[in-house]
Write a protein that binds this ligand. Structure first.
Ligand SMILES: Nc1nc2c(c(=O)[nH]1)N[C@H]1C(S)=C(S)[C@@H](COP(=O)(O)O)O[C@H]1N2
Ligand SMILES: [Mo]
Length: 378
């Protein structure tokens, strides 16, 4: 039996894992390793959002108490006694499910790196990302049980959180909501999630129940779920049609500009050099790559040739980031630049920051260009 399978089957908790002799998730774990922080780690404004500090990245799984959280309308208190998940709209059998009903259904896990689409969009927001093992029940069988009617094309996920919105002088109180096409919602990887890293889903991350949509940006993963509603029109609420809309100028071969405004959707190929360490005079660059099935990651130091990194073979979960490292022999004293680029299994390369694709984007969401980092070797 592979060690990994053993760990999985033995059901060790994360804490157990970290204390166990097979601490596969911890890195770096090498004795005498010293951190050389990147010189450009932006000072994140103090917040309760638990943004990831890349300099401190030392585990494949992000512990719950270090996982970031984003809430646009505050964090609603939800009373478990009266909480129900409503599945309604254009369905044959509307459902009202208690949390016990949901927990009694088949259980499914996914290790998924959840990234806010605003992450790396501007210099002060770089830690809106974390990797967790999410557990819950698959969404598709519930939608099938409800029986989506033939004219149903849109699945809207409503949260319990409510905010004031104003549009064309109309004031509205709206629940946070995001939608998916029926086809996307029926993907068998989507979970109604009530557990995170083997513990009850923490309230800031959406307890009692949230959607986990592996392969999508964080905005799709609606927290504090209240209602799932099927409709026969596209939904254009704030978080589908106004915010979280990427504006991009694309140049056609004939020189004509086409302006695209698109709703933030699936994750994109991305990587980052997270930190540099040394043991004595042996330097190592660690990083992560995510957003698409990763084939390789390459690093360029001081603008030199791209060198292939080593990807940790233990961490092959489809929707999870890959942790990688590159040994850096004999760096000279002084400041250096380090940049990584991920390459996916279809041969797509993470675009450079100055590529037309990245510079043609005028909004900060879905920023996935290469990030050049600076480090000072003393
Ligand atoms: N109900 C609700 N769900 C939500 C949000 C929200 O404000 N309300 N924020 C979204 C955004 S923008 C992100 S990035 C993720 C963050 O998930 P986390 O807080 O568990 O990290 O939740 C998403 N789901
Ligand atoms: Mo987000």
């Amino acid at each position: 039996m592979e060690r990994r399978d053993f760990l999985r089957r033995s059901g060790l908790t994360l804490t157990g894992l970290l204390l166990s002799p097979w601490a596969v998730y911890a890195f770096p774990s090498r004795e005498g390793e010293v951190l050389i922080p990147f010189a450009d780690q932006p000072p994140e404004p103090p917040s309760e959002r638990g943004l990831l500090d890349w300099n401190e990245l030392d585990s494949f799984i992000t512990p719950n108490d270090k996982f970031f959280n984003v809430s646009h309308y505050g964090k609603p208190e939800v009373d478990l006694e009266t909480w129900r998940l409503e599945v309604s709209g254009l369905v044959e059998n509307p459902l009202m499910l208690t949390i016990e009903d949901i927990k009694a259904r088949p259980r499914q896990d996914v290790t998924f790196t959840l990234e806010c689409s605003g992450n790396h969009g501007f210099p002060t927001f770089t830690g809106g990302i974390g990797n967790a093992k999410w557990s819950g029940t698959p969404l598709a069988p519930i939608l099938k049980e409800a029986g989506i009617q033939e004219n149903g094309i849109e699945v809207i996920f409503f949260g319990h959180d409510v905010g004031e919105e104003e549009r064309r002088d109309v004031k509205m109180r709206q629940n946070f909501a995001r939608s998916m096409s029926v086809e996307d919602a029926l993907e068998d990887t989507n979970l109604l999630c009530y557990e995170m890293n083997g513990e009850p889903l923490p309230h800031p991350n959406g307890a009692p129940l949230r959607l986990i949509a592996p392969g999508w940006y964080g905005i799709a993963c609606v927290k504090w779920l209240k209602r799932i509603e099927i409709r026969d029109t596209r939904f254009m609420g704030r978080f589908m049609g106004r915010d979280y809309v990427t504006m991009r100028e694309e140049k056609r071969p004939d020189g004509e500009s086409v302006w695209m405004e698109t709703s933030v959707g699936r994750t994109q190929l991305k990587s980052l050099a997270a930190k540099v360490t040394r043991i004595d005079d042996k330097y190592r660059i660690y990083g992560a790559a995510w957003g698409a099935p990763i084939a390789t990651v390459e690093v360029s130091i001081d603008g030199g040739t791209w060198q292939k990194v080593t990807i940790d073979p233990e961490e092959d979960a489809e929707f999870a980031w890959k942790i990688w490292h590159l040994d850096w022999s004999n760096p000279s004293r002084g400041e250096h630049t380090v940049v990584s680029r991920a390459i996916d299994t279809n041969g797509n390369i993470q675009p450079a920051a100055d590529s037309d694709y990245i510079t043609g984007k005028y909004t900060y969401w879905e920023s996935h260009g290469q990030v050049v980092r600076r480090v000072n070797i003393e």
